[in-house]
Design a protein around this ligand. Structure first.
Ligand SMILES: NC(=O)C1=CN([C@@H]2O[C@H](COP(=O)(O)OP(=O)(O)OC[C@H]3O[C@@H](n4cnc5c(N)ncnc54)[C@H](OP(=O)(O)O)[C@@H]3O)[C@@H](O)[C@H]2O)C=CC1
Ligand SMILES: O=C(O)CCC(=O)C(=O)O
Ligand SMILES: [Mg+2]
Length: 408
């Protein structure tokens, strides 16, 4: 079957019955997870539409596979393919700590301007959890995906660049320079947070809350300390809710309420450290979360743990204005398990289900949810769930994929 491109027309995604979808296999456990995920996604589409619809996969290279094959970590053709075909999916890519290449995952998000990292966190019946009531955790994280400390503007300790940067700071802002405790041995990072970047992210989060009838949007920030970045994020978020959505002060403010089409959404905010304890104590008070890049990274893994871990934590990077999207798991390459056919493929499989929903192919997505729920309730699971479940059967990564298919 030959494929056609997904396009956006008058702000609406047009998905043909045979869309060409670029995919990156991913480093580390990508080699195990991707085949299992592809098998499940294809089977769901086949079962839902009996051959009328089919994804035409197009492999594009990134990470180690790209470097070994074409000598580039993130080839221009890969970026071009995501731009041309609009929607894609990827496995995890390695980022070395301390030195070496900068994150290819972040580069993709920035280059394609995929400003919202959308990570739904919900509990699937039967999944082992460290908390008593994992079912109370039902949140969707909207993480700003293009700025904050992830912009990668850093100056390494001891280099000519850091000396030059600190020299400029000393000259222009002597009082602020004096606050650097050990200037001779400091590395420096710059944290840009813009009004535009904040507004488009918060707008997407509020729109989502209305689309899916969610009760609240919480702005999570550390604005008491980082006043002009994280504090501004909160203020710009509240201001946008008033200006674009007609939000009114709620019980004297600063919380707000928006009423539209018979649905109410509370806009509120919380400081990030307090939020991280409240998600364990009172998760039911939170629904849609809008936050900055670094907070969103930490919060995603912390929330994932509550509902069973990052083996079952899907996500999407989306530009709601152009329709461009790249779906990917919350977890990384888990290198110690690479090539062992062992890890849980659920995160990429559920990212695939999110992609099918994004296409409007909800019947296929539902089959994935059904198959996964049944596999888990039959206690036929991968190592991560197996070690926390009594009387479960241990399956390999590929076997768990088959189990989902058999239970669709
Ligand atoms: N978007 C991306 O591509 C991302 C890439 N990364 C990159 O991945 C590399 C490794 O990062 P690291 O910090 O170790 O984080 P990882 O998410 O790769 O792994 C951390 C731990 O999470 C658990 N885990 C991860 N994936 C799965 C899975 N599929 N099924 C079950 N459990 C899983 C494992 O726990 P246990 O040991 O308990 O079994 C694993 O040791 C780094 O280079 C990092 O930069 C990280 C995050 C996102
Ligand atoms: O890019 C990376 O290597 C890590 C990214 C990450 O942890 C995330 O997006 O959640
Ligand atoms: Mg992360």
């Amino acid at each position: 079957m030959s494929g056609e491109k997904i396009t956006i027309r008058n702000g609406k995604l047009y998905v043909p019955d045979n869309p060409i979808v670029p995919f990156i296999e991913g480093d580390g456990t990508g080699v195990d997870i991707w085949p299992a995920a592809k098998r499940v996604i294809d089977a769901a589409v086949e079962k839902a539409y009996a051959g009328k619809r089919r994804i035409v996969w197009k492999e594009v290279l990134a990470g180690e596979k790209a470097f070994n094959n074409v000598g580039s970590w993130l080839p221009e053709e890969t970026l071009q393919a995501f731009k041309e075909y609009l929607v894609g999916i990827k496995g995890p890519l390695t980022t070395p700590v301390g030195g070496g290449i900068r994150s290819l995952n972040v580069a993709l998000r920035q280059d394609l301007d995929l400003y919202a990292c959308v990570r739904p966190v919900r509990w699937f019946e039967g999944v082992p959890s460290p908390v008593k009531h994992p079912e109370l955790c039902d949140m969707v994280v909207f993480r700003e995906n293009t700025e904050d400390i992830y912009a990668g503007i850093e100056f390494q300790e001891g280099t000519e660049d850091v000396k030059k940067f600190l020299g400029l700071l000393k000259e222009a802002f002597p009082e602020r320079y004096k606050k650097i405790r050990f200037p001779e041995t400091s590395g420096i990072g710059v944290k840009p947070v813009s009004r535009e970047g904040t507004e488009r992210l918060v707008r997407a989060a509020i729109n989502y809350a209305f689309q899916y009838k969610k009760p609240s949007v919480t702005l999570v920030h550390k604005g008491n300390i980082m006043k002009f970045t994280e504090g501004a994020f909160r203020d710009w978020g509240y201001a946008l809710a008033k200006r674009e959505f007609g939000a009114k002060d709620y019980e004297g403010g600063p919380w707000q309420i928006i009423e539209k089409d018979g649905h109410q959404v509370i806009i509120k905010d919380v400081i990030a450290d307090a939020f991280l304890q409240q998600i364990l104590l009172r998760p039911e008070e939170y629904s849609v979360i809008a936050t900055l890049n670094l907070n969103g990274d930490y919060i995603s893994d912390a929330l994932a743990a509550i509902v069973g871990g990052i083996g079952i934590a899907p996500g999407a990077n989306i530009n709601y204005d152009t329709g461009a999207a790249v779906f990917e798991a919350t977890h990384g390459t888990a290198p110690k398990y690479a090539g062992q056919d062992k890890v849980n493929p659920s995160s990429v499989i559920l990212s695939g289900a999110m992609m099918l929903e994004y296409f409007g192919w909800t019947e296929a997505a539902e089959l994935i949810y059904k198959g996964m729920t049944k596999a888990i309730s039959n206690k036929r699971v991968t190592y991560d769930f197996h070690r926390l479940m009594e009387g479960a059967t241990l399956l390999k990564c590929s076997e768990f994929g088959e189990e989902i298919v058999n239970n669709m």
